[in-house]
Design a binder for this molecule. Structure first.
Ligand code: AHR
Length: 502
C-alpha cells in the first residue's frame, strides 16, 4: 500500500454539476438502436426492448443524444415518421446496422420512437440535425414537427402520428464532426453554414415564443480550429453575435483489448488512462478558445462523445468491444475531471448507450446486462445537481512508457448537496493498493455520519463482462474510519469508491 492525501476545500465552490454531464449518446450504428433499445416485429413491447429500457430507467439518464454521430449528417428525419410501412429503406453511408448485412437503414425507429423512448425514460432528448447533407429548412421543419403547438401541416402531422402535444425538445445540435464526416469543412466554412442553420432554427424558436431552445455547435480537438470557428461564427452585419449556447468536442482513447487475458495489460491500460485524462487539458483549452472570442455571451462546453475506443471496435462489427472494469475505471477518472470543470461543463454524452463502444448496457439474444461502466455512473449519481468543490490530491504518480504525462495514481472529486458532502475516489493503480486520507476542511467528521461503497474490490479486472458474471461487478460496502478528524480508507488496486458524509 502507498499513501495518498486528499483535501476537500468545502468553501471553494466551483459551480453546480449540471445533471446533463452524466448524459448518453445513441446512434444508428451496429446494434445500438436495432437489437439494442429496439427490436423489429416486437409487438408485445411496442418495439422497445423492455429489459434494456428498464436498465436505462434505473440509471435516471438526464439526456440522450440521437441519431448520430456521423449518421446525423446523412439522416433526413422525414424518412422516419408516419406509418412504418410507408417509410423508405435507405443506405446508411457510415455504419453497418447489423454485423452481417449491408449498411442500410429501415427507418423503423424514427423521431417519434426516439422521443417516446425519452418520455418513458424521463430523459431530455438532444437531437443532432443534418448540416453536412441537409439544409436549414429541413432542420427548422424538424423543430416545427417536434415542438410547434400551432395549426400548421407539420404540427398536424405530429398529431396524426400520435402525439398531440409538442415534445418540447430543448437541445438541438447543428451538425456532427463537421471538420470530418460531417462535410470536412474548414472552421470558417462550418461557421458560415452553422450561422445559416442557426438563423432558421433560432427564428423558429422565436416564433414559438418560449425561446427555450439551446443550440449546440461542433468543435474539434484542435483548439486553433475552435478559435477560428468562434471568430467567424460571431461575425454579422449587425455586429458580433454568437448564435450558440454550447460548443462541443469529442475525445476517444483506446488500446487493443490485450488488457483482457494478457500479462502486459497493465502497461496498455496505464497509457490509455493517461490519454483519457487529456480530457482535462481539452476542456481548459476549448473553454479558453471560446472565452477569448465570445466576450458578450456565456457559452457552455459539451463533450458529446467520449470514452474508450479499442482497436477491436471496427465498422464491420458495429464498433463492438469487450466491456471490462478497467474501462469503467477510466470513466470514473473522466467523470472526476468533469466535476473539476463544472464552471464550464454543461453536458457530456458517453459513447454509446447500448452495445457500441463503451456502452453501459450490452445485449446478447434475449439477455441484457449492465457493464461495469454502468456501475460507475450509478455510483457517481449523487454528484448530479450538487455543487462541485475544489479537491486537491497529493498522491504518487507513475511514469508511463510512450506518454509525455505521468499517470496520477489517485483521482478524486467532491460535491455538496442536500445529503451533505459526496466524494468519489479512484485508485487508478492496477498494481498496488492505496491508503487514502481525506481532510474535509471545516467539517467535523463523525464516523456515524459516513457511508461508503466500493466497486471492483473483488472483481477480476481482465475479463470481459457477460450476462453470467455481470453481478460480480456491483458495489460493496467500504470500511472508512475517522482518524484525527480525517477519513481513512484502504483502496484495493483498480477500485472506485464513493463516500457520503452527512
Ligand atoms: O461514436 C462513433 C463515431 O465516432 C460517431 O459517429 C462520430 O461522431 C465519431 O467519430
Amino acid at each position: 500500500m502507498t499513501n495518498a492525501q486528499v483535501t476537500v476545500h468545502t468553501e471553494a465552490v466551483i459551480d453546480r454539476i449540471e445533471p446533463e454531464v452524466h448524459g448518453h449518446f445513441s446512434e444508428h450504428l451496429g446494434r445500438c438502436i436495432y437489437d439494442g433499445v429496439w427490436r423489429s416485429g416486437n409487438d408485445d413491447e411496442d418495439g422497445y426492448r423492455d429489459d434494456v429500457v428498464s436498465l436505462l430507467e434505473d440509471l435516471e439518464m438526464p439526456v440522450l443524444r440521437w441519431p448520430g454521430g456521423c449518421f446525423a449528417d446523412d439522416y433526413h428525419w422525414e424518412d422516419g415518421v408516419g406509418p412504418v410501412e410507408d417509410r423508405p429503406r435507405r443506405r446508411n453511408l457510415f455504419w453497418a446496422q447489423d454485423t452481417d448485412e449491408r449498411p442500410e437503414e429501415s427507418n423503423e425507429f424514427g423521431t417519434d420512437e426516439f422521443l417516446q423512448l425519452c418520455e418513458r425514460l424521463d430523459t431530455e432528448p438532444y437531437l443532432a440535425a443534418n448540416v453536412g447533407s441537409g439544409d436549414p429548412q429541413e432542420a427548422a421543419d424538424w423543430v416545427e414537427y417536434c415542438n410547434y403547438e400551432g395549426d400548421t401541416e407539420l404540427a398536424d402531422r405530429r398529431r396524426e402520428n400520435g402525439h398531440e402535444d409538442g415534445y418540447d425538445v430543448k437541445f438541438w445540435g447543428l451538425g456532427n464532426e463537421n471538420w470530418g464526416c460531417g462535410g470536412r469543412m474548414s472552421p470558417e466554412q462550418y461557421a458560415r453554414e452553422y450561422r445559416r442553420f442557426a438563423t432558421y432554427v433560432g427564428t423558429m424558436d422565436n416564433l414559438m415564443l418560449d425561446r427555450d431552445l439551446e443550440l449546440i455547435a461542433c468543435g474539434f480537438e484542435d483548439h486553433e480550429w475552435n478559435r477560428r470557428f468562434m471568430e467567424e461564427v460571431g461575425n454579422s452585419a449587425w455586429g458580433q453575435a454568437f448564435p450558440l449556447d454550447h460548443l462541443t468536442l469529442h475525445h476517444y482513447y483506446g488500446r487493443t483489448m490485450s488488457v483482457v487475458d494478457d500479462e502486459t495489460g497493465a502497461d496498455d491500460y496505464e497509457g490509455m488512462l493517461v490519454e483519457a485524462l487529456e480530457m482535462d487539458n481539452h476542456i481548459e483549452r476549448i473553454a479558453a478558445a471560446v472565452d477569448a472570442v465570445a466576450t458578450t455571451r456565456d457559452i457552455g462546453i459539451i463533450i458529446d462523445e467520449w470514452g474508450t475506443w479499442h482497436t477491436e471496435a471496427v465498422s464491420e462489427n458495429g464498433l463492438e468491444q469487450p466491456g471490462t472494469a478497467l474501462d469503467a475505471l477510466s470513466a470514473a477518472a473522466v467523470l472526476d475531471v468533469f466535476n473539476h470543470h463544472s464552471d464550464v461543463m454543461t453536458m457530456s454524452n458517453i459513447a454509446q448507450t447500448v452495445n457500441v463502444l463503451q456502452c453501459l448496457v450490452e445485449t446478447d439474444g434475449d439477455d441484457a446486462w449492465a457493464r461495469p461502466t454502468y456501475r460507475v455512473f450509478d455510483l457517481y449519481a449523487p454528484h448530479k445537481g450538487n455543487d462541485a468543490v475544489t479537491t486537491s490530491v497529493d498522491a504518487p504518480t507513475r511514469d508511463v512508457e510512450g506518454e509525455d504525462d505521468d499517470l496520477p495514481l489517485v483521482g478524486a472529486s467532491a460535491s455538496l448537496g442536500d445529503g451533505g458532502t459526496f466524494l468519489t475516489l479512484t485508485n487508478l493503480d492496477v498494481r498496488e493498493g492505496q491508503t487514502v486520507e481525506v481532510a474535509l476542511e471545516g467539517v467535523d467528521v463523525d464516523a456515524a455520519d459516513v457511508d461508503a461503497e466500493v466497486l471492483f474490490a473483488d472483481a477480476e479486472l481482465d475479463v470481459a463482462v457477460t450476462a453470467d458474471n455481470a453481478d460480480e461487478f456491483t458495489a460493496e460496502e467500504l470500511d472508512v474510519s475517522v482518524e484525527d478528524g480525517k477519513l481513512v480508507a484502504d483502496l484495493d488496486p483498480a477500485t472506485v469508491a464513493a463516500v457520503s458524509v452527512e
